[in-house]
Design a protein. Structure first.
Length: 426
């Protein structure tokens, strides 16, 4: 067992939106091995390039305590492994634990007597000890809580957010023994300026993480449903929310597409576990159904408005502005915009995509078409504004309006403009 944080030699496994910022933060205080199975990712980082635009070249290259690698042999120098791999869902919306299982197997083949493995990936309660630990035991031939130990400290990264960074967001910590909890907690307090929150068990920490995004998902689902109701009542949803928001305890959620690697995924991890113990989670699943159907609802609203304005859908030219799951972020994983695109494709092939934040190759891979690099004036019958990027706000109403034909529709999903300036909004 590692006796103090001074003895810890860290390796962080997975250098995506979670792993890289964590690696850079720890490297301010100690030597860190940053590992990723993608060799191209390592080559880019060694050149100071973060394709996710979350870290600058200076941040990556200024540290002398970093070793980026895709060589598993390099991990043998560590005694503390922090796993930050993705935990997505499959086509049936069940947990896809393959990245987590593969990482656990790889680490299981490397760990030594007394090593510590800390998981940060979002999972359902019990996953670390019931799924990951047996894999570590199998491939290491070591005994859990005797020869090696585990901790769980869920990531709270918010991509694109330069205000709520790793160091100033409270971190939940847990350990497989009380001594390991002390060690894990001390380690994270090294980089967290606002302190940590210690939990009594790994399961509590896992559950706390998974309900953070489940709660947010349900709240957004409520506002989305209210938006549908108010639309039928010919009431502007934003005006209602602004009015209700004048009370101190009204929660300021807004309607919209729900996507990304957390909010649209984590509830399915919790419902999966709930079903396994005989409970059907009605509210969580109802919220998921509403949010999953928002893309179809938006397209339905567009089609009705096009019919009203006598715009022929088949011959129309449509522009979708914004493909990432949130503003000022390059991540297009699980973006709700994809559903809007797929539904529109059933009616017309004349759809252009535009998002200066997103990687063109990733867009082509997911959507099957290349995004627009430049937008032409007077070209579009319909513009759907799906993401509140700062660059779109700076373009302004006039520049966006100039992209449209005389008879057009602008559907503003993110309240970039006033209701008088556009044709539709949630």
């Amino acid at each position: 067992m590692i006796n103090s944080i001074k003895d810890i030699k860290i390796a962080i496994v997975g250098l995506g939106y979670v792993g890289l910022p964590l690696t850079l933060e720890f490297a301010k205080y100690r030597k860190v091995i940053g590992f990723d199975i993608q060799k191209k990712r390592i080559e880019e980082l060694n050149a100071g390039i973060d394709k996710n635009f979350e870290s600058s070249k200076e941040e990556i290259q200024n540290s002398k305590q970093l070793n980026f690698t895709s060589n598993e042999e390099d991990l043998k120098y560590a005694n503390c492994f922090i796993i930050t791999v993705p935990t997505p869902i499959d086509k049936l919306k069940k947990p896809d634990l393959r990245p987590l299982l593969q990482a656990s197997e790889m680490i299981g083949k490397i760990i030594k007597e007394g090593d510590l493995i800390i998981y940060e990936s979002t999972v359902y309660p019990g996953c670390t000890e019931e799924v990951c630990v047996p894999i570590l035991e199998k491939f290491s031939n070591l005994k859990f809580n005797k020869n090696f130990f585990c901790g769980y400290s869920p990531e709270r990264i918010n991509p694109g957010d330069k205000e709520h960074t790793i160091s100033n967001v409270k971190k939940i910590t847990s350990g497989s023994t009380s001594e390991i909890l002390d060690l894990v907690d001390s380690l994270y307090n090294e980089i967290i300026t606002v302190g940590t929150y210690r939990t009594s068990s790994i399961k509590v920490a896992e559950a706390a993480k998974v309900i953070e995004n489940t709660q947010r998902d349900i709240n957004i689902a409520l506002i989305n449903e209210l938006s549908m109701i108010f639309s039928k009542l010919n009431i502007d949803t934003k005006e209602v929310l602004d009015a209700a928001g004048s009370k101190w305890n009204f929660l300021p959620f807004k309607p919209g597409l729900v996507g990304g690697h957390c909010i649209g995924v984590d509830p399915y991890y919790l419902t999966y576990k709930a079903k396994s113990v005989g409970h059907i989670p009605q509210i969580i699943l109802a919220g998921r159904k509403i949010n999953d159907n928002m893309g179809s609802h938006i397209v339905s609203e567009v089609l009705k408005k096009m019919e009203k304005k006598k715009i022929n859908i088949k011959n129309s030219k449509i522009l979708i502005m914004g493909l990432t799951f949130k503003e000022n972020c390059s991540d297009i994983r699980n973006s709700g915009v994809k559903i809007v695109f797929e539904r529109l494709k059933k009616y017309t092939d004349n759809i252009d995509l535009y998002d200066p934040w997103a990687d063109s190759k990733e867009i082509k891979k997911i959507y099957g078409i290349n995004p627009q690099q430049k937008l032409n004036k007077g070209n579009y019958d319909v513009i759907i504004m799906t993401v509140r990027h700062k660059i779109f706000i700076e373009m302004g109403k006039i520049e966006i309006l100039n992209l449209c034909k005389k008879n057009h529709i602008i559907y503003d999903l993110k309240y970039l403009f006033t209701k008088e300036q556009i044709d539709l909004r949630l």
